[in-house]
Design a protein around this ligand. Structure first.
Ligand code: 5AD
Length: 320
């Protein structure tokens, strides 16, 4: 076993596995244009890894890193046909916390079987609570299915958190309605500052809605007090008096690189030590534990020390 030690004392303890790099939504911050999407889908078909191979990689990584948590992402992980099998396999490896990030479009029917397979929690992306703004953000209809998915997930015992990316001029008017939706149901919600990723790599600034702008909006309704940030957490949290807890993932305003413990595996078998890195490391080429350790050290060296610097990779590829 290696510790993955590096000058800042960071270790990989959390693995994010992108199972499939396609999605059934087309959110403005994530999806690119039609032509690029067609090429992208063709590539996906050619190279996506089968479930057994993903589990093999996860087992090797767990053997080296003693992972505390594993999060399935995508693209949209509910589109991966062997998801239940992979969740069951990952849980059987003894990784304590098995989680998923999803848009929940297909969750209503899958929540219970996934819970049974060993899934503990879901982070559900929900960027709007009005149908019209939801369409502006995701270019799709079907908010009702997502809301049903959220309810079913909670009802079958999955821990549920909501993630809302806030973009200036598109959905900033949703901060308060989303907050009230979450508070009414006792759900934790986290607002995300937009990150300069994928096709927005060069133009994220125009959509940037900052942590302080989000807090100002919330303070028009609630008295809030900051809570202590847990080590390696992406979000900082606040308690709203007489209401609930909400968080902000402020990549830009309050970066959290210094104690980041995340490693990412894409759907082709490449690892990345950082969202800022566009240098895939193909772990399928490792035939000995030492080779894998060297690759993990390379991935660790990709980590930023100050803040996320932007990447041409979209979350659609590398997972959230
Ligand atoms: N900036 C911020 N958040 C993003 N997500 C996807 N792309 C971006 C981006 N460019 C979010 C998704 C999801 C989580 C995995 O990351 O909406 O909630």
């Amino acid at each position: 076993m290696i510790t993955g030690a590096e000058p800042y004392g960071r270790r990989f303890r959390t693995l994010r596995v992108s199972l499939i790099n396609t999605c059934n939504l087309s959110c403005v911050y994530c999806a690119c244009g039609q032509d690029e999407m067609r090429d992208h889908l063709a590539l996906q078909k050619e190279k996506a890894l089968p479930a057994s191979e993903i589990l093999q990689i996860v087992e090797c990584l767990h053997g080296q890193l003693d992972l505390q948590s594993l999060r399935f992402t995508g693209g949209e992980p509910l589109l991966y046909k062997d998801l239940e099998f992979v969740v069951r396999g990952a849980a059987a490896l003894g990784i304590e916390d098995i989680a998923m990030t999803t848009n929940a479009v297909l969750l209503a029917h899958l929540a219970a079987p996934l819970k049974k397979a060993g899934l503990k929690s879901v982070n559900i992306s929900l960027d709007a609570i009005s149908e019209e703004t939801f369409f502006k953000m995701s270019k799709r209809r079907g908010l009702d299915k997502i809301l049903e998915g959220i309810e079913k997930a909670g009802a079958c015992g999955l821990e549920v958190k909501l993630n809302s990316v806030i973009m200036k001029g598109i959905n900033e008017d949703q901060v308060l309605p989303l907050l009230e939706y979450a508070f009414d149901r006792g759900l934790k919600i986290r607002f995300l500052e937009i990150m300069a990723m994928g096709h927005l790599h060069e133009q994220a600034e125009q959509y940037f809605f900052s942590r302080s702008e989000i807090l100002s909006l919330v303070e028009t309704r609630h008295r809030i007090t900051p809570l202590h940030r847990s080590p390696a957490a992406t979000a900082s949290y606040w308690q709203a008096q007489d209401a609930g807890v909400f968080g902000i993932i402020a990549n830009e305003s309050a970066p959290f690189c210094s104690d980041c413990d995340r490693l990412r595996l894409d759907s082709f078998g490449n690892i990345y030590g950082c969202l800022s890195s566009n240098n895939p490391i193909d772990v399928r080429k490792a035939t000995q534990p030492q080779e894998l350790n060297n690759m993990l050290a390379m991935a660790m060296a990709q980590k930023q020390t100050l803040k996320f610097t932007g990447s041409e990779l979209s979350m659609m590829h590398i997972g959230g």
